[in-house]
Design a protein. Structure first.
Length: 123
């Protein structure tokens, strides 16, 4: 597993939103999708409100690679489905960072959304 450098981890983790361009099977990038991003420890995560059936999540499954842009950082990433034992920390990170959006944040804390938790690792 490759780890983030401190600056990129801090900047992406603090960004309000992240743009994700997932790779198609042929290696080209899809149009960016804007989403929330959270930091839990030394890892970065995103989730689909629509769970594993969400269009952007399904698009990530062909190559499990892409590019992100957030907090002034552009980076190529590998997209790993998070283990269920990571969910509690990711839930806490979403509550802490986006809790002011009370009616919205609950949508990323459902079992459906948890199943789509992706860990972003630099490559």
């Amino acid at each position: 597993m490759t780890t983030w450098n401190d600056s990129d981890l801090r900047n992406i983790g603090a960004a309000e939103e992240l743009d994700l361009e997932s790779e198609r099977g042929d290696g080209t990038l899809r149009d960016p999708v804007t989403m929330w991003v959270v930091r839990a420890g030394d890892r970065l995560y995103v989730r689909s409100v629509k769970g594993v059936d969400g269009p952007w999540f399904r698009a990530t499954r062909s190559r499990q690679r892409g590019r992100v842009k957030a907090g002034g950082v552009r980076a190529s990433v590998t997209l790993h489905v998070a283990d269920p034992d990571e969910y509690a920390d990711v839930d806490a990170a979403y509550r802490e960072k986006y809790g002011r959006y009370t009616s919205i944040v609950e949508h990323v804390l459902t079992d459906r959304a948890r199943a789509s938790t992706l860990r972003l690792e630099p490559r």
